[in-house]
Design a binder for this molecule. Structure first.
Ligand code: AGP
Length: 610
């Protein structure tokens, strides 16, 4: 996810663009850039570099940009390392057109090949750069708007664009398809941006573009049409949010916002990785034979990523038929791990900078293992030290408590397990189809759970006073119990333990009394009866039970008053849905207890030290 902004008016663009970029930093911050046009000289100038927006600010202080028209961008890299060449804006060959982009161009490789054959010279590894060369190709005999419209017909994927050309220095063009774009309506000035916060310093009057719309902004006019040229009339909305609220898009915390981003994040992964009924990992193709030759898998990770890895064990053993060991990175690195050239090591990390996981990967590489990373941050240390990387494309995760990165990691593991099962010919086409059909339903089922959040909030409020929690789960939802306990303890500071429910009689049952809240994860499952027995043992000792189960599981529902239901889903994929009520339960308990949800005490978003 990136942040884009554009300005056209009577004031100098640079300061307005920079302030707006700072309001978009939550969307991505590995590199940034700006381009302005000095109208009377019809000259385009650009500044861009890796690093946070303050590095761009320092550069602009040293080498200011002038002009009353400009665009700017803060990047969350998806294609191409975070560096100066890959930073936006991107220019055409003659440096007359500049573009900023938020989204992913899925067919950029073939477009790039065609354009190179036509003589275009590319400077970056990004997907975005193909757009500005396409516009250049058509701008020779078409207006900027018409050239843009023609270029759009070639693109597949998602894009919110800001475009300027020094051949038409009185226009700022905005395009929306699959990524958000808002137009800010000012007095003798107009703007466009990825999100409301970037505009609030200038105006509260905003027009929200819809998909397939293109806006042409001048100093005193805004002209919106569809891609096919049909005029669009839309009144500006008056925005009442203050800036900090708007950065969270109206959510009270980044954690709640990121919980709600899970359906589109999961949808995006499915859209990217499933083509014509098959799971496609183009990034793995060059290493296909090497991966196929592996005889065992070993997953290393920390914290929430470790819990995703535990879910991955069940998925990979069931679907790919390979033995899977899962290790805490901090343990793996200090024992003599039995990995070698026949081992595929999967390193899972949202940040890609966790010291223990990096150390574990180095240890495994020294022993000859093949490293596959599952990571959310392109260009992070882990991605540079791995043999292949599967990105989670979850966008920046700002809240310390990991939510959307966790379910995105599990989704990637589901897809990889299906891919490996087919590669190893242990999963037939029909079985894969059955699983893919079930997987495709997940985003809408997740959305359905989020709509019931008020019921979960009420249950959380009724249990926020408990001094300790026990989370119980079985089979593929044993890791869900561990993750639920971690979510609660790290943001509400309540002691919470996750346990395999079958372990109850081996110790934890001694803890049960009326002062202990027990979360029982009991979805539709072939071992449902075992969970019902556990629940009855807890009831007999007056434990306060919260059950998470599947709609229609009347026998389970009858076991307690406090019930949270998830929609029916393939059991293998149930952790993807169970995660949501667990996240919301932790969130609302922490709110009730007045905790700092996004920045819990003693914690950091990325543990880059041992
Ligand atoms: C999870 O909510 C925590 N923030 C923490 O356990 C985190 O998952 C762990 O530090 C691993 O981080 P990584 O995914 O960036 O490697």
């Amino acid at each position: 996810m990136c942040g884009i902004i554009g300005y056209i008016g009577e004031r100098q663009a640079s300061t307005i663009l920079l302030n707006g970029l700072k309001r978009l930093e939550y969307r991505g911050y590995d590199s940034s850039g700006m381009a302005t046009i000095l109208e009377r000289k019809k000259r385009l100038s650009i500044r861009k570099l890796p690093g946070k927006i303050r590095t761009l600010e320092k550069l602009l202080n040293k080498k200011p940009l002038t002009g009353t028209l400009g665009i700017a961008h803060t990047r969350w890299a998806t294609h191409g390392e975070p560096n100066k060449l890959n930073a936006h804006p991107h220019l055409d060959c003659k440096a007359e057109i500049a573009i900023v982009h938020n989204g992913i161009i899925e067919n950029y490789a073939e477009l790039k090949d065609e354009l190179i054959k036509e003589g275009h010279k590319f400077r970056s590894q990004t997907d975005t750069e193909v757009i500005v060369h396409l516009i250049e190709k058509y701008h020779t005999n078409l207006s900027l708007k018409e050239a843009t419209r023609k270029a759009l017909t070639k693109l597949k994927g998602s894009f919110a664009l800001g475009i300027v050309s020094c051949r038409e220095p009185d226009k700022l063009i905005g395009v929306r398809w699959g990524s958000p774009l808002v137009v800010g309506v000012g007095k003798n000035e107009n703007l466009l941006a990825s999100d409301i916060p970037a505009l609030l310093d200038v105006t509260k009057e905003m027009i929200f573009l819809e998909d397939e719309e293109i806006a042409v902004l001048t100093q005193n006019n805004i002209d919106i049409t569809t891609f096919s040229g049909i005029p669009v009339k839309r009144k500006p909305l008056h925005i009442t949010w203050d800036v900090s609220q708007a950065e969270r898009q109206g959510f009270s915390h980044f954690m709640l916002k990121e919980i709600h981003e899970q359906p589109p994040v999961l949808e995006g992964l499915l859209r990217q990785k499933i083509k014509d009924g098959e799971v496609i990992f183009a990034e793995l193709e060059p290493k296909r034979e090497e991966i196929l030759a592996k005889k065992s898998l070993c997953i290393v990770a920390c914290g929430t990523a470790y819990h995703a890895g535990l879910v991955g064990k069940y998925l990979l053993e069931e679907l790919a038929g390979l033995p899977v060991a899962v290790d805490l990175s901090s343990e793996f690195r200090y024992r003599n791990p039995l990995v070698d050239k026949d081992t595929l090591v999967i390193a899972i990390s949202q940040s890609g900078e966790t010291a223990d996981t990096l150390a574990a990967v180095r240890e495994a590489k020294n022993k000859g293992a093949f490293i596959l990373a599952i990571c959310n941050v392109l260009g992070s240390s882990l991605t540079r030290e791995s043999d292949v990387v599967l990105y989670t494309y979850a966008g920046p995760e700002i809240s310390v408590a990991s939510t959307k990165a966790y379910t995105a990691q599990i989704m990637v593991l589901c897809l990889f397990a299906l891919y490996l099962g087919r590669l190893r010919s242990v999963l037939c086409v029909e079985a894969q189809q059955k699983y893919l059909n079930a997987l495709k339903k997940i985003p809408q089922l997740a959305e359905k759970i989020l709509k019931e959040k008020d019921q979960i909030r009420r249950i959380a409020q009724r249990h926020a006073h408990f001094g300790s929690f026990l989370y119980l789960g079985r089979n593929i939802n044993y890791p869900s119990a561990l993750e639920g306990a971690l979510k609660l303890k790290e943001i509400s500071y309540i002691p919470a333990e996750g346990y395999a429910a079958g372990e109850m009689k081996h110790g934890p049952i001694a803890l049960i009394d009326e002062y202990r809240a027990v979360v029982c994860i009991a979805p539709q499952s072939r071992i449902r009866q075992k969970m019902i027995s556990n629940i009855q043992e807890i009831k007999a000792r007056r434990g306060k039970i919260i059950i998470i189960t599947t709609e229609g599981e009347e026998e389970v529902r009858g076991q307690a008053k406090e019930i949270i239901c998830i929609p029916s889903v393939e059991e293998l994929f149930s952790p993807l849905l169970i995660a949501l009520p667990l996240q919301l339960l932790a969130y609302y308990v922490a709110i009730k207890r007045g905790c700092n949800v996004d920045q819990p005490r003693n914690l950091a978003k990325s543990v880059t030290v041992e």
